[in-house]
Structures are given as structure tokens and as C-alpha cells.
Design a protein around this ligand. Sequence first.
Ligand SMILES: Nc1nc2c(ncn2[C@@H]2O[C@H](COP(=O)(O)OP(=O)(O)O)[C@@H](O)[C@H]2O)c(=O)[nH]1
Ligand SMILES: Nc1ncnc2c1ncn2[C@@H]1O[C@H](COP(=O)(O)OP(=O)(O)O)[C@@H](O)[C@H]1O
Length: 207
Amino acid sequence: MRHFSRLFSVMAGPRPVVCSGPSGVGKSTLLKKLMKEYEGVFGFSISHTTRKPRPGEQNGIDYHYVTRDVMQAGIGNGDFIESAEFSGNLYGTSKAAVQEVQSKNLICLLDIDMQGVKNIKKTDLNPMFISIQPPSMEILEKRLRGRKTESEESLQKRLQTAKIEMEFSKEPGAFDVIIINDNLDDAYAKLKDALKEEIDKVKKVSS
Ligand SMILES: Nc1nc2c(ncn2[C@@H]2O[C@H](COP(=O)(O)OP(=O)(O)O)[C@@H](O)[C@H]2O)c(=O)[nH]1
Ligand SMILES: Nc1ncnc2c1ncn2[C@@H]1O[C@H](COP(=O)(O)OP(=O)(O)O)[C@@H](O)[C@H]1O
């Protein structure tokens, strides 16, 4: 059975890519750049969350914004591949979110936290795991403050979690690739390099 489901996930399309790293490190910035440059190659797995949308974020594009009741019912129904509580809110990847991307033969990009990484490893999704890390805690804090999206309480919570996430990324085998997002252009070049083979494969199939 396991063999068949792995075969199915291979047949379902190109290998997905999980991007993880502390809040404020620049995951969204890097992934948005990638999707803009490679339209028709990547598709974003739109997670569900109980957190409120930030100014500029759109329902159904950045996240599916739902209540805790709705999210818990979905989890209970088995609609999610993984879900986790992060900084006081629920987040989760629905099966439908990944299927939507894979059905178009796109490389599915997942932006998930450390708990999500651990749980996805228990599934047969078999993605490439990329960790995005900040040059230092000081710079991470500066970026999070600069984004102006968090209250002081939320910011402190995220920084606490960041320390744990940064320790996890050092565990051998936790990630396939670790990219330090110091200079944005350099980090982006490294990300593209890590994904080059997969990008070429998708381009070949669609050309
Ligand atoms: N496990 C899991 N984590 C998620 C999911 N979607 C987003 N996250 C993570 O939740 C954390 C908070 O995300 P968000 O509230 O958008 O804040 P940001 O990371 O500061 O932009 C980040 O670490 C995301 O990677 C998901 O579906 N599952
Ligand atoms: N290499 C970088 N240098 C300076 N600022 C950056 C860099 N990468 C991202 N940022 C900024 O840091 C903030 C956090 O980035 P964001 O993409 O929202 O992080 P995440 O999605 O990991 O929480 C944003 O204001 C973004 O513009």
C-alpha cells in the first residue's frame, strides 16, 4: 500500500518543495520572487489559518482564513495533511491545497513551520526540505519589527519560537538545503540553484 501511494505521489507531478525557517526571515519574500520569475513552474500550497489577515493579504491567495471551529472540523474530517499551533493560531496544509497545485503539474511550494516539517516527513509527500535562516537573531528581530505586522507580544513569541526553529535546523538530516538570507539577491540565487534541476524538468515537460 505504502509502495502504491508513493508511486501515486510521484505520478502526481514534480517533487514538492518545503520552505521553513523563523518568522520574519524572508520566506514569503523569496517564494513570491520565485513564483513571479517562474510563472507556470511553481504553485503555492495555500494553507488554512485562524490568524487574522494582515493588510494587503488576500483570502484564498495568501491563506484561507478560517475560524478555529471550521479548522478543527476540517482536521477532524481528515482534510489536512498536517496542522500545527503556531504563536497562538492554527495553521495547516489541506490535501486539497496540494492536489490543486499538483494537478496542474506545477512544483508545489509549502511554507510551513518546524512542526509541519516534522509531520510532513511522516507522510509520503517526499518533498525537498529547504531551511531559510537569518544571519543573526538581531537581524531577524530588525526584520520582524521593520515589517510592522506584529504586536510587541506577538513579536516576542515569534522570537522565542525562532530560537527553537534555528536549533532544529542544525539537526543532521533535518533539511536538504540550508540558505542564509543575508543579502536577498544572494539568497535568492542560492534558492534558484537548489531548485535548478526540478525547474528544468518542469520546463522540459511543458515545452
Ligand atoms: N505547520 C504549518 N505551518 C504553517 C502553515 N502555513 C504557514 N505556516 C507557518 O506558520 C508560521 C507563521 O506564519 P505567518 O503567520 O504567516 O507569519 P510569518 O511567518 O511571520 O510571515 C510560519 O512559520 C509559517 O511557515 C501550514 O499550513 N502548516
Ligand atoms: N535579505 C533581506 N534583507 C533585508 N530585509 C529582508 C530580506 N529578506 C526579507 N526581508 C524583509 O524582512 C521582512 C520579513 O520578510 P518575510 O518575507 O515577511 O518573512 P517570513 O515570510 O519568513 O515571515 C519583510 O519586511 C521583508 O521585506
